[in-house]
Ligand binder design. Sequence first.
Ligand code: MG
Length: 386
Amino acid sequence: MSSKIIILGSTGSIGTSALRVLRFLKNDFEVYGLTCYGNLELFEEQLNEFRPSLAAVASNDLIDKDEYKKITNKFPEIKFFEGNEGVVELVRNKADVLISSIVGAAGLLPTLESLPFIKRLALANKETLVMAGDIVKKKVNEFDVELIPVDSEHSAIFSLIQNADKGSIKKIILTASGGSLRDRTLEEMASITPEDALAHPTWDMGNKITIDSATMMNKGLEVIEAHHLFDIDYGSIDVIVHPESIIHSMVEMNDGAIHAYLSIADMALPIINALTFPDSKANPFETLDLTKVGKLEFLAYDNIRFPALELCYNAGRIGGTMPAVLNAANEIAVHAFLGKKIAFTDIVKIVEKTINDHKVIDNPDLSDIFAADEWARDVSMSFIDI
Ligand code: MG
C-alpha cells in the first residue's frame, strides 16, 4: 500500500525537489495534499500532474481572483482550502508523511497542527524548531511522530549518528558554504546589492534562504535547529566553512575520529532519506564523483564579517522567546534588503537591535511565541527608514 503524503509549500525550492523525488517513488507514495502560497501557474501544473485529493492556496489575496477560480473549476475532484486557515484545515486530514517546506515563520502553525494526524514529519522548515523547538518536540513525542530533518546538514548528521552511541559523540560540526559573499571585505559588503547576494556559488535555493546564507544567519538558525533536533548543547555544535558544499556535516567522536557525510549539493538525497528511512532506496539522480571534486577546503568562519552566527548562538543559549524574535526580525530585515530599503550590512544590525530590546519570556507557550514574533516584526520595522 502506498503512503499518503502532504507537501506544505509545494511550489518552493524544497517542494519542487520533493515532487521531483516523488515522481520516482510513485509506487510507494500517493501525493495526497499540496499547498502553495501564491504561485498559481506552477501549482496548476503540479495539480495536473499529481492529482492530489487536497489542495490549499495560502495567499488570501488570490482567492477572489479569476486565476484561482479557473483552477478550482478545472479540478472539481480536488478539495480546495483557502488562506492560511485553509492550510491548517488541510493538515487536519490523516496522512502518513508531511513534508513541511513552507519558508519562514508561516510554517510553524500548520506543522504543529499536523502532528496529531501524521506518522512522520519530514521537516525542511527550520523556523518550526528555531521558534518553538521545545513545544514542537513535546507534541512530536505526545503523538509519537517520527521527526526526520530535511535540511541537508541535519539530514547528514541524522544519518551519521544512527549507528553511534550518543555518549561517544564529542560534537557535531555543521558545514557552511560561506554563501555568495564569502570572500568580500567588510567595506565591500556595505554596498552589496540583492543581485550580488542572490548569486549563491553552490546551492540553488529560494531568495530568503540565499540571503540568509550570505549573512550566515542561515547557519546560525541551523545551529539552533541542531540543538533541538539532536538534544545537544550549544557548546558541542561547531560551524566550519567548507566552500565546495560536498561534506554536508560531520560528527566528531570522543576518540577524535571525525565522520563526514559527502554527496553533491542536491536536496534530492535528504528528501529520499526523510521519506524512506530506515530503508535505503536507489538514488536516480546524479551522485558524487570524487575525482571530479578533486580537493576539499575548510576554513574558520569570520566573526567580524559574519556577526549573525554569534548572534544566533547567543539567542539560542538565552532561549525562551529570543530565537523567535531573532527569526522574525531577520525575516523583516531580509525582506527590506531585497526591496532595496536597507544595506546588506544593516540586516544583522537590525536583528541585533531588536534582540537587545526584547524582554525574554522563559518557557513560553505558543501564544507567547506568536506575540514575540509579532512584537519583533513591529520593532524591527521601526528601525527601517522608509
Ligand atoms: Mg541547510
